[in-house]
Design a protein around this ligand. Structure first.
Ligand SMILES: *[C@@H]1O[C@H](CO)[C@@H](O)[C@H](O)[C@H]1NC(C)=O
Ligand SMILES: *[C@@H]1O[C@H](CO)[C@@H](O)[C@H](O)[C@H]1NC(C)=O
Ligand SMILES: *[C@@H]1O[C@H](CO)[C@@H](O)[C@H](O)[C@H]1NC(C)=O
Ligand SMILES: *[C@@H]1O[C@H](CO)[C@@H](O)[C@H](O)[C@H]1NC(C)=O
Ligand SMILES: *[C@@H]1O[C@H](CO)[C@@H](O)[C@H](O)[C@H]1NC(C)=O
Ligand SMILES: *[C@@H]1O[C@H](CO)[C@@H](O)[C@H](O)[C@H]1NC(C)=O
Ligand SMILES: *[C@@H]1O[C@H](CO)[C@@H](O)[C@H](O)[C@H]1NC(C)=O
Ligand SMILES: *[C@@H]1O[C@H](CO)[C@@H](O)[C@H](O)[C@H]1NC(C)=O
Ligand SMILES: *[C@@H]1O[C@H](CO)[C@@H](O)[C@H](O)[C@H]1NC(C)=O
Ligand SMILES: *[C@@H]1O[C@H](CO)[C@@H](O)[C@H](O)[C@H]1NC(C)=O
Ligand SMILES: *[C@@H]1O[C@H](CO)[C@@H](O)[C@H](O)[C@H]1NC(C)=O
Length: 862
């Protein structure tokens, strides 16, 4: 394997590579056309019927947003009025409806991962899907597997799940099933290598004073791509996800939405993805080029947000007319979009959007961007149902108990409770007081950026604990809250009187377009915010029963205080959403026995993680080069490799009871032999005729909305109609070899209809263990199965299976799981296929990545 740039990655960051040395993304054309493979047959058939009836302009309408803030949703395509179809509505976010009202604020993805509970992931997905559906949303823009979590300080890691691809993959799949069972299309994002905020968009970076002209390039080798970053997207495709969002960053110096290798080869050919690819907002960089590279929908449509022009819309119609994009490619875009629409049953449950992302006023401009047409915009439909109880449960079930010296659970007989820290209280500006949650004031229950929702309310820890004492207490407890972190004197005074001091601290991160306290999305350090460490130390100096609760997007450094003898309990509550206070009270008071496990490693230092963020441009004004030179060794795999002791290891979490593991058994199952996929696709289907330029002139007699992106042309002179001075000569609009070829194409050896070669998903082994609750209260345990693949360059172990199970005290439970061929395979670059290497493989089972009391050798695979 030639990895010139990987070696280059170890050179000084300042050295500027010459263009020839830069990582390169090989072309892969033509863009695979959808076939209805897997369980898409019915939806695909209906989509083909529908699209066969459309004119070119109607198809183009489906593919292109109407423009930023032109319609109510954060992105909305044109409609097909002739067939009574209004535009498709895309709405953030992965944790609830963004920019809306009377909706729920769910827990972040990182909390879902911490539950290790697939059913809860599904239920949350279903609940979010119901809310989106009832507000008229066609596509919920989530869930997230990119960032995966290469670096703990990556700004958006909390939107996703866990740096472990198997844990993330399972949570992706169950979230997607939930959303889509509610009748809403899910969107797996951001594809791919979108692991940090710095330099994700050149314009944004310039705003922060870094004069670069191109977005960061995530340089990822093929093995790391398959074994790590692509893995959870495979699970998303297997779960039937309707759409995938391509990312802002480049991969090997080719933009996420222009990269034929990632879109055409990996996603659509190898994984057999049948849905559609939409661009991230402003990640669309070329008209013809991106269409041929596999993009199917331009969001929000404009060249740059707010511009009256589009790479598609008018330009896509022109590209079809001037023959640079074949009819079949445009048909395929429309078929993919409509197939996703039918697959989730949009035709049965669709209502028009009845809220506006741009104002909370009841009345406002329908076309907000251009202040046209005052109408009733916000119907204020309440879509919350009883989702609050699920949010409360998920909040408690995702709270990880990291330390407990017998202090927890609390009883209602406390003499004096001190509640200490700003993170216990309210934001003085209200829970939604900062746009896109772009501040860290009061208790933290979401990060910031587009991955947020408005809260309907936010129950703070202070409120919930006060309520607990007042409503359920013995009437003798005193309770005081000090929520000003700088009032050290009063913090010390209350702590010294407390029989228990509950200290609330946080750290925050978010999306790059907002800078909070010098954190440009990514965290600039791994320490607690707002002097949290000082707060903890002050409390612990004065109270020998100090319990710390942390609200953070990922790991923080706790080395200076976690083993202080006066700190009798430590809990990580993540970003729990609207029921935050009630969730933590449920755990503190033992109504919920904690069963969560940390979905990431808590290291002693930032350096212990490796995989540093790139925060200084290292390629002059060109694309900063981020070499993923650590390969597959992120998070616990890196700690294992370097024999580095974490403070709290991946998969760790305590309970109010105790569990024991025994009796491991493995059975080899009767699986078929792995066969590589061979043969060819069919010819690309052509579903219509392009017609004459004059068919697409702007229709007379329709009111033209200013700056609105239509599929029509102004003139039959196409150069003039494009308004593009470089018409016919732009480098990115050249036609790569083979890109317009609609003839049968060879199938890739590792390819298959739903996520890859079906042989990968066959069960090879069954593993059974016994888990016993040896304590005195009921509790949940998460048996975790890790595999050592045995190869020299393999991680010490990788997570492959887990479940969360409830066991009564004194009871035994048998946990049975299976391992698929994929679970024991390695990606072989030369053959471009998965192989089971001839090495000794072992399975380990236990309740954290470093507590694996059971192990067993796996029999050789067929
Ligand atoms: C990036 O380059 C590496 C090294 O040549 C290669 O293994 C990998 O497949 C490339 N990935 C993409 C998406 O081009
Ligand atoms: C779709 O096309 C078929 C066959 O050309 C035609 O009979 C039908 O009326 C069309 N339906 C619509 C809604 O245009
Ligand atoms: C495209 O969508 C816009 C907005 O919904 C609509 O006004 C226009 O009529 C549509 N064009 C066609 C050809 O359906
Ligand atoms: C708003 O949503 C309700 C309930 O989901 C739906 O019945 C209604 O048609 C929508 N209102 C508008 C104006 O679209
Ligand atoms: C950024 O670089 C360009 C090209 O060299 C230059 O024209 C421009 O002045 C620079 N801008 C800043 C703010 O330094
Ligand atoms: C067509 O695309 C080019 C960029 O490739 C852009 O400059 C031009 O404004 C677009 N035309 C229209 C009508 O949107
Ligand atoms: C880390 O960042 C936070 C948030 O900006 C800040 O409050 C804190 O002081 C920083 N820590 C260090 C050690 O600089
Ligand atoms: C622990 O708390 C007690 C007060 O209860 C205090 O006297 C002592 O110094 C504290 N110990 C530490 C290590 O801070
Ligand atoms: C903690 O301090 C209290 C006095 O505030 C004392 O009664 C108790 O024994 C101490 N507990 C421990 C474990 O030192
Ligand atoms: C097309 O015509 C409209 C209306 O006159 C104008 O606003 C728009 O700029 C024209 N587009 C191009 C690319 O010339
Ligand atoms: C065809 O049209 C597209 C869209 O306007 C334009 O970008 C491209 O340069 C044109 N190509 C040729 C060969 O005319």
């Amino acid at each position: 394997m030639k990895l010139g740039w990987l070696e280059a990655g170890t050179l000084a960051a300042a050295s500027v590579a010459s263009a020839a040395d830069l990582a390169y993304s090989p072309p892969f054309y033509p863009s695979p056309w959808s076939t209805g493979a897997g369980d898409w047959a019915e939806a695909h058939k209906r989509a083909v019927e529908f699209v066969s009836n459309l004119t070119l302009a109607e198809k183009v309408n489906l593919t292109t947003g109407a423009g930023w803030e032109q319609e109510r949703c954060v992105g909305e395509t044109g409609g097909i009025p002739r067939l009574g179809m209004w535009g498709m509505c895309m709405q953030d976010s992965p944790l609830g409806i963004r920019d809306s009202d009377y909706n729920s604020g769910f827990a972040a993805g990182v909390n879902v991962a911490a539950t290790w509970d697939k059913r809860l992931a599904y239920q949350r997905g279903l609940a979010m899907g119901e809310e989106h559906r009832d507000k008229g949303v066609d596509v919920q823009l989530g869930p997230v597997a990119g960032p995966l979590g290469r670096s703990p300080d990556g700004g958006r890691v909390w939107e996703g799940f866990s740096p472990d691809p198997v844990l993330t993959g399972a949570m992706m799949a169950h979230t997607i099933k939930g959303i889509q069972d509610a009748g809403v299309i899910a969107c797996a994002k951001h594809f791919i290598g979108n692991e940090q905020e710095h330099f994700r968009q050149a314009g944004e970076a310039q705003g922060y004073g870094d004069n670069i002209t191109e977005s960061l390039s995530s340089n990822i080798d093929d093995r790391t791509m398959h074994e790590l970053y692509l893995w959870p997207f495979v699970d998303a495709v297997r779960a039937g996800v309707g759409s995938v969002m391509c990312s802002y960053n480049q991969i090997n110096n080719s933009y996420g939405c222009s990269n034929s290798y990632t879109l055409n080869k990996l996603l659509k050919s190898e994984l057999g993805f049948q849905g559609f690819v939409m661009s991230d907002w402003g990640a669309h960089h070329s008209g013809v080029g991106d269409a041929l590279a596999g993009l199917d929908m331009s969001m929000p449509g404009d060249v740059i947000l707010g511009s009256p022009y589009s790479f598609w819309g008018t330009n896509l119609t022109i590209s079809a007319l001037n023959g640079t994009i074949p009819e079949w490619r445009i048909d395929d875009m429309a078929v993919r979009i409509m197939a996703a629409y039918y697959k989730v049953g949009r035709d049965r449950v669709r209502v028009p959007p009845n809220f506006s992302s741009w104002t909370r006023d009841e009345y406002g401009f329908e076309h907000f961007m251009v202040s046209e047409n005052m109408i009733k915009l916000n119907e204020r439909v309440n879509v919350q149902r009883d989702h609050a109880s699920g949010i409360r449960k998920l909040g408690a079930d995702s709270t990880v108990l990291l330390k407990n010296k017998g202090a927890l659970p609390l009883t209602h007989n406390e003499r004096f409770i001190g509640i200490l820290g700003e993170d216990a209280g309210s934001n003085p500006a209200g829970a939604n007081g900062c746009a896109d949650r772009g501040c860290d004031d009061g208790t933290l229950a979401m990060g910031w950026g587009s991955g947020t929702a408005n809260f309907p309310y936010l129950i703070t820890p202070e409120q919930a604990i006060q309520n607990e004492v007042l409503n359920y207490g013995n009437g003798q407890t005193n309770v005081f809250a000090v929520t000003n972190n700088s009032n050290t004197e009063q913090i010390a005074a209350i702590a010294s009187q407390s029989s228990v001091a509950l200290v609330f601290v946080n750290a925050d991160s978010g999306e790059g377009f907002i800078n909070v306290d010098g954190n440009e999305g990514d965290r600039k350090n791994l320490t607690l915010w707002k002097n949290g460490e000082h707060l903890i130390k002050t409390a612990a100096q004065n109270c020998n029963n100090t319990i710390v609760v942390m609200h953070t997007p990922n790991a923080v450094l706790v080395g200076d205080w976690y083993d202080n003898e006066n700190i009798t309990g430590i809990l990580w509550a993540g970003l729990p959403g609207q029921e935050s206070g009630r969730s933590i009270a449920d755990v503190l008071y033992g109504r919920v026995n904690p069963g969560a496990k940390t979905p990431f490693t808590w290291g002693k230092t930032r350096e212990a993680y490796g995989a540093p963020l790139l925060t200084k441009p290292n390629n002059g004004q060109g694309a900063p080069q981020q070499n993923f030179s650590e390969g597959v060794f992120i998070d616990y795999r890196n700690f294992d490799k370097n024999n580095e002791e974490p403070i709290f290891e991946f998969g760790f979490g305590l309970s109010y009871t105790k569990f024991e593991f025994s009796d491991i058994e493995v059975t080899a199952l009767n699986a078929d032999k792995y066969t590589e996929t061979t043969g060819k696709t069919k010819h690309a289907p052509v579903l219509g005729k392009i017609g004459e330029a004059s068919d697409y002139l702007f229709p007379k007699g329709i009111k033209r909305i200013r700056q609105y992106l239509y599929p029509y042309i102004n003139s039959t002179n196409l150069r003039e109609a494009s308004g593009d001075p470089y018409y016919g000569e732009k480098a990115e609009d050249y036609i790569p070899a083979g890109a317009t070829n609609g003839s049968p194409q060879p199938l890739l050896p590792a390819s298959g209809p739903s996520g890859g070669n079906p042989g990968l998903f066959e069960d090879l082994y069954q593993v059974t263990v016994t888990v016993t609750n040896t304590g005195s209260v009921p509790g949940d345990e998460v048996p975790q199965l890790y595999v050592s693949l045995g190869g020299e360059d393999e991680p010490v172990k990788v997570l492959r299976a887990f479940d969360r199970i409830t066991i009564a005290p004194g009871q035994k439970a048998q946990w049975t799981t299976t391992l698929t061929r994929r679970d024991i395979s390695s990606w072989d670059v030369p053959s471009q296929n998965w192989v089971v290497r001839d090495t000794k493989k072992k399975a380990y089972v236990g309740n954290s990545s470093r507590h694996l009391p059971l192990s067993i050798e796996l029999p050789a695979a067929k």
